[in-house]
Design a protein around this ligand. Structure first.
Ligand SMILES: [Zn+2]
Length: 136
């Protein structure tokens, strides 16, 4: 059994060809943040006959099952990334669209302190910083 099959079963999802293919793409992609359209185009390049509607449906099922995280980096475009791995935040370059992942212990700590000041504890958070290359 392939690792994709095992992961699908562990997530409580039935093993289907589109699910296995899409999980493979997310795992092997050089770019860790892919839109549904990126996934669809990669499937086409591989000669797979999977429609865009199926790609959307499978990605949403993956999200519900906790396999992937959905991010809204720009208005209207959701990107998906595998949910495994450590927490990180994102920086998006508005000129190139490049996605930079980072973790800053000071930011992490401050967020907890701020939530606490308001009488809360953090369940989850997402921080996206939009940037442009620094002018020399
Ligand atoms: Zn990321």
């Amino acid at each position: 059994m392939t690792s994709e099959n095992q992961e699908l079963k562990k997530a409580g999802l039935k093993v289907t060809l589109p699910r296995v293919k899409i999980l493979q793409i997310l795992e092997n992609a050089g770019e860790r943040h892919m839109s549904a359209d990126d996934v669809y185009r990669t499937l086409l390049d591989q000669g797979e006959d999977v429609g865009l509607a199926t790609v959307y449906r499978v990605l949403t099922q993956f999200e519900t099952a906790g396999l992937v995280q959905r991010h809204h980096f720009e208005a209207g475009t959701a990107v998906f990334e595998l949910a495994k791995g450590d927490h990180h935040d994102h920086m998006i370059c508005l000129d190139s669209g490049k996605v930079i992942e980072f973790v800053d212990p000071v930011i992490e700590k401050r967020q907890h302190e701020i939530a606490e000041e308001y009488g809360y504890e953090i369940e989850d958070h997402s921080l996206i910083i939009y940037v442009r290359p620094k002018k020399k």
